[in-house]
Design a protein. Structure first.
Ligand SMILES: Nc1ncnc2c1ncn2[C@@H]1O[C@H](COP(=O)(O)OP(=O)(O)OP(=O)(O)O)[C@@H](O)[C@H]1O
Length: 399
């Protein structure tokens, strides 16, 4: 290990690790989102802007740093407005994740997955176009439009009848809730991600569109090709007929391997996770870590608090002190010099008296990351006396 690395290892504190961890988590979420949702050009713009910002900080480009500094709030607001749906989706996903367990939307039923599997295979064979929604944990309603409430038992003949091309309700999607056909003829939001839809048309775009908005799984049977596709988590993939049954059993929570598969998924997205940690660590080295300690001196006001009424401090009294602080350069960014002050409590007084305070122990609003090297004066002493009564005005002598 070279000298720099060993110095970093020696000096890194628990709070620094927490700092890096939080930034790594935010970066990971951003990377995953950029990869899944945002267009390539948006990703490139984000990377480009981050590069210019880092360069500006590295080379101390004053003007560029200022523009980023004052533009950051505007950019943040614009991002919130533009990506409000993604942000809302992110929060919904968080509150319905397995860290906040809720009732499973898939009641375990061998019968249900078998019936659905058999129907989907049959529809594929007959090249009957179909769209079937299996909800996840996130709320769906605001993404579904139109349709007719059914609330019927899920069965092979009923599903085939619904998606028969002569049936008035075959257009749109069917929603399966709690093992029942809840609604039919539902219109879904269309995805605009042509690269993922590939050769599919609006039916496939509708399946992907819903899977981009929430954690529902949408099954698509293609009328034109007789293929079966599944849209989930912003991805659309074609399934082999042999994979239909296991995939359905997986979603209906029957497969023994569900839990073990989840546990075995810890390495999923490992490259992205490592990239997020590496970026967070680099940012920390660049902006937060600085081995060299610098000293800075500030002029700090002195205030005298709670001087009883009718008493005064004999002038001249000290009203400023010079405070010399030390710490690494980035730690000084935590300091608000205008908020620092030496606050001296006068309190109760019985007669003319001399009061004395240590200035260091009365220094307020100093970040704990910085240490005091010296304060001049190290102590303040004042004399307090009763206010003198104003001399009564002497009028002209009467004749
Ligand atoms: N927004 C939507 N929500 C639900 N279903 C839709 C939506 N838009 C289109 N559909 C369904 O898709 C059908 C049209 O499918 P289209 O041929 O355009 O797409 P496709 O992906 O090529 O499907 P296929 O492979 O079955 O031909 C419509 O008749 C309707 O049933």
């Amino acid at each position: 290990m070279n000298a720099f690395a060993s110095r970093v290892v020696e000096q890194i504190r628990l709070s620094d690790l927490l700092d890096i961890g939080i930034i790594a988590l935010l970066l990971y979420v951003t990377f995953v989102w950029l990869r899944a949702r945002a267009s390539r050009s948006l990703g490139l713009i984000a990377v480009g802007l981050a590069g210019v910002f880092l360069l500006a900080r590295w080379l101390d480009l004053y003007l560029t740093s200022m523009v980023f500094h004052y533009g950051a709030m505007g950019i943040l607001l614009a991002l919130v407005v533009v990506f409000q749906h993604d942000i809302r989706h992110g929060f919904e996903r968080l509150t319905t994740s397995r860290w906040f367990p809720g009732p499973s939307p898939y009641p375990p039923s061998q019968n249900l997955s078998d019936t659905l599997g058999e129907t989907i295979r049959e529809m594929a064979q007959k090249q009957m176009g179909a769209l079937i929604i299996l909800p996840g944990r996130e709320p769906l309603d605001r993404h579904l439009h139109g349709g007719v409430a059914v609330d019927a038992t899920l069965s092979y003949p009923l599903l085939l009848s619904i998606f028969h091309s002569q049936s008035p309700g075959h257009d749109g999607a069917v929603l399966i809730e709690q093992g029942r056909i809840a609604r039919l003829g539902i219109h879904l939001p269309l995805s605009a991600d042509l690269s993922r839809i590939r050769s599919g048309g609006t039916r496939h775009a509708a399946a992907l569109g819903l899977a981009e908005c929430c954690d529902a799984t949408v099954w698509v049977v293609s009328e034109e090709r007789g293929t079966v596709s599944i849209a989930h988590d912003g991805e659309l993939s074609i399934l082999e007929p042999s994979a239909i049954g296991p995939r359905l059993r997986d979603y209906f929570g029957q497969q023994d391997g569900v839990q073990s598969r989840r546990n075995g998924n810890w390495h999923k997205g490992m490259v992205t996770k490592l990239a997020a940690v590496a970026c967070a660590f680099s940012l920390w080295i660049l902006f937060a870590y600085q081995a060299d300690t610098v000293q800075r001196t500030f002029v700090v006001p002195i205030e005298y608090r709670n001087l009883p009424e009718g008493w005064e401090i004999v002038e001249p009294k000290s009203i400023f002190a010079e405070v010399t602080l030390s710490g690494s350069d980035p730690k000084f960014t935590l300091l608000r010099p205008e908020e620092m002050m030496i606050s001296l409590e006068v309190g109760e007084i019985r007669g003319r008296s001399m009061l004395r305070w240590e200035t260091q122990s009365n220094l307020k609003n100093l970040p704990s990351e910085l240490s005091v090297e010296q304060i001049a004066p190290p102590a303040v002493a004042v004399t307090v006396r009763k206010k003198l009564a104003p001399k009564s005005a002497v009028g002209p002598a009467s004749p």
